[in-house]
Design a protein around this ligand. Structure first.
Ligand code: ASP
Length: 280
């Protein structure tokens, strides 16, 4: 998902890609794969393909190089991992899962995250100067604007487990070292026994609205999934930001609301029709 699609531009390539990816994820879930593995797989594919503002499709910060943020969370255990402002890794989400499973920490930043990725054999970009590409629908002119994008995935598996993962190159031309909501557990990503959530949008506003955990708390307190998301989206709007949310509950309810012009999105589930869309 990316909340920044521009009306009038052609997103057929990303829609076709999302359709294939979501169907592959569904096959894996039907075959019994765990939600955590499927969200990691989905986000790693979205990072590697170069079609979105994450991984290979990320834009440089104002100092001229790419810094990446990602996080992942397993609902039943609340285990979580994240990397912030990391450079030169192919799949930040895989490193985030490594932090979750191989350390006692939740977050690693910058040089420490890169060193951890190297030590544990995660794929490193050989030639960072020539690795990154402009994602579909983004032109060189956009790089000078405060544009942004993120990819995320949420899943419910056959055993009832929920998981969420999110990854981004962040806002274009962000200050060196700037970190948004994406790697913050509770802001950009959340999963528990009831709900899994991944957010996209202007990270500063998502953080200040409470983001994903605010949705989870509203839902637990009895709000409908749609109402919980709408309330947090309204608060983000009130603060001056834009955002989009993908969320799934333990009963299989899915919502994908946004308050921007559009959001690339796809969803499928047992007994639910496939949805792939960019605008309304
Ligand atoms: N939330 C991301 C960030 O602020 C950007 C986005 O989702 O578009 O870094």
């Amino acid at each position: 998902m990316v909340p920044g699609p521009v009306p009038g531009r052609d997103y057929a390539t990303t829609e076709a890609h999302l359709r294939r990816l979501v169907l592959t994820c569904e096959q894996r879930l039907v075959a019994g794969d765990k939600a955590l593995d499927v969200v990691e797989f989905a986000v790693a594919e979205l990072e590697s393909c170069g079609l979105y503002v994450a991984g290979k499709g990320s834009a440089p910060n104002s100092a001229g190089y790419v810094e990446l943020d990602a996080s992942i969370m397993h609902g039943p255990t609340r285990a979580a991992g994240a990397v912030v402002a990391v450079v030169n890794v192919v799949n930040p989400v895989r490193v985030a899962r490594g932090v979750m499973q191989k350390t006692s920490h939740v977050m690693l930043a910058g040089v420490g995250a890169l060193n951890f990725a190297r030590e544990h054999g995660f794929e490193i970009i050989a030639d960072a100067a020539n690795y990154y590409v402009l994602p579909v629908g983004v032109t060189a002119d956009d790089i000078t604007e405060q544009k942004h994008g993120t990819v995320g995935a949420v899943a419910l598996d056959r055993s009832g487990e929920l998981a969420a993962a999110t990854s981004t190159g962040g806002t274009f031309m962000k200050l060196e070292g700037r970190v948004g909501d994406t790697p913050m557990i509770g802001a950009g990503t959340w999963a528990d026994d009831d709900i899994a959530i991944s957010c996209t949008g202007t990270g500063e506003h998502i953080i200040r609205s409470g983001g994903a955990i605010a949705i989870a708390h509203l839902f637990r307190a009895g709000a409908s999934l749609q109402a919980a998301c709408d309330e947090v989206l309204a608060e983000i709007k009130r603060l001056g930001g834009d955002a989009g949310i993908i969320a799934v509950t333990s009963s299989g309810e899915i919502v994908m609301p946004y308050n921007s012009d559009g959001m690339k999105r796809a969803a499928v589930g047992s007994g639910r029709p496939l949805v792939v869309a960019t605008f309304e």
